[in-house]
Design a protein around this ligand. Structure first.
Ligand code: AVI
Length: 324
């Protein structure tokens, strides 16, 4: 704390510059099937829209994950054990981790990693108010890139990575395996991953979850074009695109697209990108797993599945994987 009673939060900053954003947008829009990386949904307004999605009845994931966490938190805390170093990838508003922080025995530090630096600074202050003795080491980074993790003051007994919300669903299978391999390295042998994994279910339920009646998911999807206009000086006519999400049963994934409602062109960095009427930009995949399918990916990445908790309907799972 300083003399005004404000804590001095130190952000470990690895935020990528706009050149990487531009390069990824450009290469995605040049593909035969145009695409944009879903990680760019989460600017300030996109993060706000995602938080709203998480309050919708139709979007079952946060509600069910929360109920699983509440029902089994004691078992989870026991598996994590005392003096863990807790790292969260994509920590967002840091609300989900609180149930863990409330139940873990003397965690040595908490490392939230997120792309939004402003939000990290805000939530770190809040965490200090709620957990005054906890060392919080916020890292601003694109967690799919490589960066150096900060060292906590105390040495932990083990490293436990928390990756809730089934964000792993937004990786294609090969990048998902690589990302889990990377987490297994971060955890070191004996460390663990506590992960939320969405499960296969009736496509009608999935369809409602990604086509909500209030149009929040649609606004979330379209916001990506507003962001590209604002930050990269592009000229998308956003109301000439339409949110389109469907379940692809063969691939076991929801696909979100933006459909061009007419023939049109957009300009980005001296290039012209043409759209036919009805052509789509693929903006997100959200894979739904069988337990066996996910265990295969986890094993290939160097994890042993120690415990799986699900809700009664088996719509969602929280899994404790140990790095081997
Ligand atoms: C963050 N991720 C797990 C969400 C999902 O369900 O794939 C993102 C999302 N996209 C549309 N609604 C929510």
């Amino acid at each position: 704390m300083n003399s005004e009673g404000q804590s001095q939060v130190r952000l470990h900053d690895f935020k990528p510059g706009n050149d990487r954003f531009l390069a990824e947008v450009m290469s995605g829009l040049r593909k035969a099937q145009k695409e944009l990386p879903s990680k760019y949904f989460y600017d300030e307004h996109g993060s706000y829209l995602y938080e709203r999605i998480c309050t919708l009845d139709e979007y079952y994931i946060p509600r069910i994950e929360d109920s699983i966490m509440k029902a089994y938190i004691k078992e989870m805390a026991e598996l994590v054990g005392p003096k863990a170093l807790l790292i969260e990838y994509g920590s967002g508003d840091c609300k989900k981790v609180r149930i863990l922080l409330d139940h873990l025995q003397d965690p040595v530090a908490y490392v939230p990693i997120d792309i939004s630096g402003e939000q990290l600074l805000r939530v770190t202050q809040d965490l200090y108010s709620s957990y005054p003795t906890l060392e919080v080491l916020p890292v601003c980074a694109d967690y799919t890139s490589s960066f150096k993790l900060p060292e906590p003051k105390r040495r932990g007994e083990r490293i436990v990575v928390y990756f809730p919300g089934s964000t792993i669903s937004n990786f294609d299978p090969i990048p998902a395996k690589h990302f889990l391999e990377h987490i297994a390295e971060v955890c070191e042998s004996g460390g663990a991953l506590l992960i939320g994994v969405d499960l296969k279910k009736d496509p009608a339920v999935l369809h409602r979850a990604y086509n909500d009646s209030q149009g929040v998911t649609s606004a979330f999807n379209l916001n990506l074009l507003h962001r590209i206009n604002r930050e990269l000086g592009c000229d998308f006519q956003v109301d000439s695109f339409k949110h389109y999400a469907f379940y692809n049963p063969r691939e076991g994934r929801i696909e979100m697209h933006l459909l061009s409602l007419r023939e049109q062109s957009v300009h980005l960095d001296n290039a012209t990108i043409n759209f036919a009427k009805g052509e789509s930009i693929w903006t997100e995949s959200s894979y739904k797993f069988n337990l066996d399918e996910f265990h295969e990916i986890a094993a290939a990445a160097g994890f042993k599945v120690e415990r799986v908790w699900t809700d009664e309907q088996q719509w969602f799972s929280v899994q404790y994987l140990v790095a081997t």
